[in-house]
Design a protein around this ligand. Structure first.
Ligand code: GCU
Ligand code: CA
Length: 392
């Protein structure tokens, strides 16, 4: 159980990231909540800012789950509500008070050795290792359905996954501890409080994480994903990694279920015509359907190439997707090199004609910043016509 030391302070407006609004379909608060399904092959395209904008657009009166307000754990203001922002997905914005409880030691005088939920080995969660959030332990009004958001009524169990957003940051978190039951007499906390999370969650979000002086009064948005497929397993040693590994999937599933179409990330597509060609090649525009101002047409020869400069925000293994056409009857395989190092041969199968564009993809390591991608034909045809390359 969590007995949080708290500061009394003025409620400040949450400083949430602004984003290009996601097209949002109203969530049906009346339907039985079911979890967002863990679908196969979700496109890893939704950004935290897009999803947060969609969540905020769905935090409407029509989607409110609680009929009585919750209490901001830090400020004590009775102004926190929980909204169903998509089927089986619940969100609130409140404070972050710091929970130091569990198996990790902490100098906080309120520190307790137990958390309500345990890791997969049955050990109390460690507040310094596991990013976890805190919900009310019971229904304060002792009514069913509860006038407040009560996790047991919403298919939420221990270690239930949530996204947490704060000032442009986004992390994964699990349901780890509960706020004092209403029969608890040794504390002035009660189960209507919302707005507390572990030391680790605070650290990951850049919030002061001391159990006695840390926390933030407002602006933390917690988005809980209900249902058994979103319960995270693991030990205190790997629960954080297991939880963060679900973040992009959660962003993509939620982004899609709120009705958004993931736009390509700005700056991730690079036009071939910004590059250079081996001797005899031209940048043409005589076949429709290209993006930008044209496409690369190499000469028909083994070794003919187009070189395209691209920029990667971070270093790592990325997928290069080439948009190309090959209106002949034979594939135009090409070697893909990055900064002068060959990374393999990509097939580039035929397309119906030269006006039809397809994509061919390969995984390659990129460095942060500018990289030079060279596509070199390995057959007498040279390369297909190359329109662009997209990094994802
Ligand atoms: C045609 C086509 C060109 C293409 C070329 C080729 O001439 O119009 O765009 O590059 O075939 O075979 O490479
Ligand atoms: Ca050509």
């Amino acid at each position: 159980m969590s007995f949080t030391r708290r500061r009394f302070a003025v409620v400040t407006a949450g400083a949430l990231a602004l984003a290009a609004p996601l097209a949002v379909k109203a969530a049906d608060a009346a339907t039985t909540p079911t979890a967002v399904q863990v679908g196969p092959a979700a496109a890893t395209s939704f950004t935290p800012a897009q999803v947060l904008a969609g969540v905020q657009a769905n935090m409407t009166t029509a989607n409110k789950v609680n009929s009585k307000p919750h209490i901001n754990t830090m400020t004590r203001a009775q102004n926190v509500n929980v909204y169903q922002v998509a089927s089986g997905v619940y969100a609130y914005t409140s404070s972050m008070a710091i929970d130091t409880d569990g198996s990790d030691p902490d100098p906080d005088p309120d520190h307790q050795g137990q958390t309500t939920w345990q890791d997969s080995n049955g050990k109390a969660l460690g507040a310094h290792h596991v990013p976890f959030y805190v919900l009310g332990d019971d229904c304060w009004d002792r009514k069913s359905p509860c006038p407040h958001f009560f996790f047991k009524e919403h298919n939420i169990k221990g270690r239930q996954f949530a996204l947490m957003f704060y000032k442009g940051k986004c992390i994964g978190s699990i349901f780890g501890d509960t706020q004092t039951a209403n029969d608890q007499t040794t504390s002035d906390n009660d189960s209507r409080e919302l707005g507390e999370a572990s030391v680790k969650a605070a650290q990951l979000l850049g919030i002061p994480s001391s159990g006695t002086t840390g926390g933030v009064d407002n602006g933390v948005t917690v988005v809980m994903f209900s249902g058994p497929s979103w319960v995270v397993n693991g030990t205190n040693a790997n629960l954080n990694a297991n939880t963060q590994a679900l973040v992009q999937k959660a962003l993509d599933d939620l982004g899609a279920s709120m009705g958004g179409t993931p736009p390509p990330r700005p700056g991730s597509t690079f036009e071939a015509e910004t590059g250079t060609l081996s001797a005899g090649g031209t940048f043409d525009s005589n076949h429709p359907g290209f993006t930008g101002t044209g496409f690369a047409n190499t000469t028909n020869a083994v070794g003919a190439f187009v070189e395209i400069p691209v920029t990667a925000a971070t270093a790592g293994t990325k997928t290069l997707s080439f948009r190309y056409s090959d209106g002949t009857t034979a594939a135009r395989p090409a070697t893909i090199s990055v900064n002068g190092t060959s990374r393999g041969t990509l097939n580039f199968p035929t397309t119906a004609n030269w006006d039809t564009w397809a994509t061919a993809s390969i995984s390659v390591p990129l460095t942060a910043g500018t990289n030079t991608i060279r596509v070199t034909g390995t057959t007498a045809g040279g390369t297909g016509n190359i329109d662009s390359v997209t990094i994802s």
